[in-house]
Write a protein that binds this ligand. Sequence first.
Ligand code: MEV
Length: 441
Amino acid sequence: MNNAIAGFSKLSKEEKISWIAKEYFSNPEEAVSIITNYWNSDVKLQKLHDDFIENTITNFYLPLGIAPNFLINGRFKTIPMAIEESSVVAAAANAAKFWSERGGFKATVLNTEKIGQVHFIYKGDALKLQQFFTEKKFRFFVETENITKNMQRRGGGILDIVLNDKTDLLPNYFQLHATFETKDSMGANFINSCLEQFAKTLKSEIAHFEAFSEKEKNIQVVMSILSNYVPNCIVRAEVSCKLEDLADKNIPNPQDFAEKFVRAVQIAEVEPYRAVTHNKGIMNGIDAVVLATGNDFRAVEAGIHAYASKDGKYSSLSHAKIENGIFSFWLEIPLALGTVGGLTSLHPLVKLALEMLENPSAKELMQIVAVAGLAQNFAALRSLTTNGIQEGHMKMHLGNIINQLEASDAERIMILNHFQNNAVSHAAVVEYVHDLRKIKL
Ligand code: MEV
């Protein structure tokens, strides 16, 4: 029987573990041993990780891989990627190498505007509210000066605030819609602090604005929060080359390859079922770099998928064409990233990842992340439109199956040899190992 527990967060880490072990596990000792096996022996480092969140009991590992040979705007980069899917880093490295021999990736940040909103209910004359806002707009800037002065010194701050009447969507619903420049920080804390001050200013200024009746003064601020939808914080990544230059050992006929590739992208442009998977492949690259550099992958995911639906139907984030004998492949995505603040100076591996990327500005990181997404998409489409993905994917996954079957070193060598020339599937590996073990008996 599992019981609810009061005051759990006040318990020590050891007490929490002992409670959970007793409550949920048939073998509590084994559960404790798994949990504590993942503790770091460096007590200070472990404490740092414990303190990132509430109720930490242990660490959850993800592999950190690196994909070298990314030629981006003429400079080589090695990209750190935190991801569990076996073929992703290999595919990225492969696409990076391929395009490094064909001019590399070009990446451009188109704009960097972030957004936040104060959502409120006002039961009164909309024109009067607009008049109030026009007259008192400057107060929102004045009363956030304390919050904005450091950001302004760095070249950022509040760009603009507008009042939006949303009563056609929801009765009495209005919002302050503010735009921000947050330079090298993702800006969530800065934006939310500004918004919460806007809400206070809104209430107090309305209360003192004579033209409002008592009823009109009684506004309700529902919430003040940044938006993770940033359609004006866009980065573009692209590759292009002459059709014939696409040729390599796996692409004997570049014209056919390019035409089929473009068709695959067109399918993702028009067919949402395919677009979701197509974009998932892009996110394989994006999330892995976003995670490795300590950024908020949930925010990035939410924003990118909203952007994929911006024309009213979920569609491909990437596009491709053949024009005048040139093959081009590109994507444009919204990315709100930071290279200062948040985890960036706290998590030792994040610091290491950023140093590996030569301590990029937020704009440079946007470019790197977008390129990782495009590379991943290229690798996936190249496999899908030629040999299919299972061959490469299962070869990479073979190691996981071997581990699952707890193969000995000798067995591992034999399995790897055997599956160099045989199709890998879970069943085929199980059968092969079974036969091996039978022979040994
Ligand atoms: C698998 O993680 C990603 C792919 O499904 C992407 C795609 O289909 O384009 C291979």
